[in-house]
Design a protein around this ligand. Structure first.
Ligand code: TRP
Length: 450
């Protein structure tokens, strides 16, 4: 283990941390997944359940994870080991750190392939290849892309190369600089798309769908989906926010920063919904298209609207920004681990970690190409990785982190680190009781145990 926990460096300011952590949280989860889950699970009612999950479960865990990171100042594995020792708890808590490193790595392998699709679409939009396409054509373009491993390979490789380049530059010159540029730009672009959506004929239909809750649509299933999504979207349970917390100066309030990051993340998810659904309804397309919503329905919708290709290009550029600022957070725990435990330089660690991730991504690429022919227990390679990470490792990591933050770390320490004042009790109720129980339910459900 590194003797000098400070060797990674620190964020240059509170705002630099908030922007970088928002970059981690805001990703494909907000712009690709949230809208289609919402479309499939009843619109407005899902939004309400989602927000309740962010406040009741996500926020306390985010605070716990950031606090653990800052207290440990090391890669997630070494942090968990050091803090467990400090608290006289068993060394097995390190598992939470390992889960994070491995899961982030696994997620990025497929995340990069899907981010590659957004780059491919950006290219198609800017090049005018998506002008005036019909429904069959739009569907065909998406199918063709999924069936073309060579094209996907180019974009996947480019995306991983860019991610590596940012990481090699380090904390201040790499992560901070890129997120400081991309996250505000992303907000502005999304705002412009929302204004555009407000001028479309389907605007009110879209808003009604998004914000009018129909409680009959809430089922136990949709509640669990909302919980899982809140978790993924905030980027919790896997060391991303733990390692970002490790670079956080001592005088920054974790409580307040976490609230801001959660609000930014939820705002972007909702703003994406406001940008997408009116456009979809204006073209009389169904909202419940599943994962193809932004790659099939949306390009089709844009292609029939005034200035559609301009706004379509803006949309895919912002998806790319969202994806790459999350990608660097997904792999940062592995990089910190390599630099600490093997004394690699940051450059070498970035190349090795991202290179291995690129290689694993070929499996996902393949699983789209062979049309799901290769399966294991009814799941393609991509679905397997998604299942193991999002449905098993993430909740497991979340339970461990909540339990560790709430039960193992001394109250005196958490009070001092979080600086929540009279709200500390609510945080304790959240991390000690609500979050572990709720997340355990997600896990049991995913494993088919109830
Ligand atoms: N939150 C990101 C998204 O919404 C993805 C992400 C980044 C993530 N870091 C994470 C997901 C850690 C789970 C755990 O797309």
């Amino acid at each position: 283990m590194s003797e000098s926990p400070q060797h990674h460096g620190q964020w240059s300011s509170r705002i630099a941390f908030i922007i970088a952590a928002s970059g981690s949280a805001i990703g494909l989860g907000n712009i690709w997944k949230f809208p289609y889950l919402l479309g499939e699970n009843g619109g407005g009612a899902f939004v309400l359940v989602y927000i309740a999950c962010v406040i009741g479960i996500g926020l306390p865990i985010m605070m716990a994870e950031t606090m653990i990171g800052r207290r440990g100042q090391r890669s997630p594995v070494n942090t968990m080991a050091a803090l467990a020792k400090e608290a006289n708890a068993p060394a097995f808590w390190q598992i939470a750190g390992w889960l994070g490193i491995v899961a982030g790595f696994l997620i990025l392998s497929y995340y990069s392939v899907i981010a590659g699709w957004s780059m491919a679409y950006l290219f198609k939009m800017v090049g005018g290849f998506m002008d005036k396409v019909g429904p069959e054509e739009a569907q065909q373009i998406f199918l063709d892309l999924k069936a073309a491993p060579d094209v996907q390979l180019v974009w996947h490789s480019l995306f991983m190369a860019l991610t590596t380049a940012i990481l090699m530059k380090g904390l201040t010159e790499g992560i901070e600089r890129v997120t400081r540029l991309m996250i505000p730009a992303l907000f502005l672009m999304l705002l412009a798309l929302d204004v555009y959506a407000a001028t479309t004929p389907g605007f009110w239909e879209g808003m009604t769908f998004l914000f009018k809750p129909d409680f009959s649509k809430i089922t136990p299933d949709s509640v669990l989906i909302a919980m899982g999504q809140a978790f993924f979207s905030l980027g919790l349970g896997m060391g991303s926010i733990m390692i970002y917390g490790a670079y956080l100066p001592k005088d920054v309030s974790i409580g307040r920063s976490s609230v801001i990051i959660s609000i930014a993340d939820s705002a972007v998810a909702l703003m994406a919904g406001i940008a997408i659904f009116p456009v979809v309804f204006s073209n009389h397309l169904p909202p419940s298209m599943g994962p193809g919503l932004i790659f099939e329905s949306l390009p089709l919708a844009f292609s029939h609207m005034p200035l559609g290709s301009v706004f379509g290009s803006v949309f895919f550029l912002l998806v790319f920004f969202a994806a790459i600022t999350s990608a660097i957070a997904l792999i940062e725990p592995a990089i910190a681990h390599l630099t600490e435990n093997f004394a690699y330089t940051r450059q070498k660690a970035s190349v090795i970690a991202c290179g291995a991730c690129w290689f694993l991504g070929l499996g996902t690429l393949w699983s789209f190409y062979d049309g799901g022919e290769w399966q294991w227990h009814g799941k393609t390679f991509f679905e397997l990785i998604d299942f193991v990470t999002a449905d098993v490792m993430l909740p497991l990591g979340g339970i461990l982190i909540a339990a560790f933050g709430g039960w193992v770390i001394k109250e005196k320490v958490s009070k001092e680190e979080l600086d929540l004042g009279e709200y500390h009790r609510y945080w304790q109720i959240g991390t000690c009781f609500i979050a572990p129980v709720a997340v355990a339910l997600i896990l049991l459900k995913a494993l088919g145990l109830f």
